[in-house]
Design a protein around this ligand. Sequence first.
Ligand SMILES: CC(=O)SCCNC(=O)CCNC(=O)[C@H](O)C(C)(C)COP(=O)(O)OP(=O)(O)OC[C@H]1O[C@@H](n2cnc3c(N)ncnc32)[C@H](O)[C@@H]1OP(=O)(O)O
Ligand SMILES: CC(=O)C(=O)O
Length: 559
Amino acid sequence: MTAVPDPASSLPAADDFHVFDTTLRDGAQREGINLTVADKLAIARHLDDFGVGYIEGGWPGANPRDTEFFERARDEITFRHARLVAFGATRKAGVAAADDPQVAALLASGAPVITLVAKAHDRHVELALRTTLEENLAMVRDTVAHLRAQGRRVFVDCEHFFDGYRANPGYALDVVRAAHQAGAEVVVLCDTNGGMLPAQVGTVVAAVLAATGARLGIHAQDDTGCAVANTLAAVDAGATHVQCTANGYGERVGNANLFPVVAALELKYGREVLPAGALAEMTRISHAIAEVVNLTPSTHQPYVGVSAFAHKAGLHASAIKVDPDLYQHIDPERVGNTMRMLVSDMAGRASIELKGKELGYDLTGDRDLAGRVVERVKERELAGYTYEAADASFELLLRDEVTGAATRFFRVESWRTIVEQRPDGVQVNEATVKLWAKGERIIATGEGNGPVDALDRALRVGLERIYPQLARMELVDYKVRIVEGRHGTRSTTRVLVSTSDGGEYAGARSASVEGGGGRRAGEWSTVGVGGNVIAASWQALDDAYTYGLLRAGLEPPRD
Ligand SMILES: CC(=O)SCCNC(=O)CCNC(=O)[C@H](O)C(C)(C)COP(=O)(O)OP(=O)(O)OC[C@H]1O[C@@H](n2cnc3c(N)ncnc32)[C@H](O)[C@@H]1OP(=O)(O)O
Ligand SMILES: CC(=O)C(=O)O
């Protein structure tokens, strides 16, 4: 029988290992990312907190923003862990390194480390640089030697290395040797077009190491979806420097994602590449950087996505109840994430029991109660409800079963909306609600941008005198979906509403409901279903405010 190999057994012998982040240079090359200097400084601080060894800040001289970033980073950030790296190219053909203004700008940045991009593919030298193979080697040698003579550490990124090695291995190796012999500390083999697969990367890295003895790094683009695997294959083959970007941002489809790479190195290889305790900050740092670049964090990102440890299948839950390790490759807390139970029509009693525990309800041993909740969930999901996206509505359903009574702070007698389209183009949306709360009959009206907004305002006008806590709550998201599409306008409509009290009543309810499913703390989600979008919205609003009042610490009156 063959045992599964332990990656730790193939660890390279080198004492130190570079975690090199290029979010601010290659990450910024992603379509849709447009960073200000302040954004770059904020990301640099997050990366330094996380404990990466090197932060490539950009290409000084290529644009005023990157030049300013290096000036300000020098004055404004005291790096605790990272060294700042400036990126640029080898000297131009036919120009002395000392006379090349692009090389001068790298020195002027003040960065202690410089990464030079060098051509390693003969075809690129001839077509893109329009120079000779020999002159390209001289460009690499001269630029490295010049920067070394000025007291800088130098890494060389061999662009298109793997394609170049396939086309002309002798020349690709000459470029590595030229960089190494001129004083480059690390020669980074780049899969610039991202077309390589892990076995190819491993074979080439091992061959280059054997042929040159240079310290090697890896820079993998993700065009085959293999950038993380390619990075680890390079490490297995002896690379001791990994270039990555936060959340995998980068040119085209992106780069090797920093977070799964360092998690693998720390947790699977047993190699301490971050300061003690930093890995447990990984989820927070990943989301904080996503905020700065103004992209929604990917819910399904390995290790740090909100779904990375979310369990939906009933069979999984029944095993997790015994031991979470049975369906998780690591304890989520090690990377600062949390396990979550999802309730849906794939749930079983164990899912309900675990979800109940998450919400603060002990259902242990009450198989009948858990069974009744499973049945209600399955019936309602068949009718179009979805509870995995509406934890607060699920908690109300669960609470009703546990207490044996409906959780209600108010009871609706009727509601009505009017949409009036006037000949001058003005539309008036008006709603009237008739409610009972604390024994009082209330009639209220509201106007709004649409009929649901009008209904929401009427509800608040009617109830805020009795429940002033409602004034803190606002709808922050509203989604409508046609569940059964075959009947056109007669289809079933599902409405999901997210409500927030801005954290005002934080702590009164379960953190998994408040912040779960990618929502911010202080937010909760509810669902309504109906043949009519307004009726479905009413249900979702009713649940939203009922849950909000529970969250505010109120107990529903018994009437
Ligand atoms: C694989 C990567 O991601 S590498 C990183 C790439 N990043 C970027 O390109 C972002 C920043 N780039 C820029 O702002 C601009 O392209 C600049 C300022 C660097 C250069 O702008 P320009 O001077 O207008 O040149 P342009 O962009 O058209 O072409 C690049 C030049 O660099 C040369 N060049 C390319 N690679 C190298 C190299 N490794 N060593 C030396 N010269 C190089 C090209 O031959 C070309 O020279 P030419 O102007 O004599 O034709
Ligand atoms: C250097 C770099 O970004 C690349 O070769 O992809």
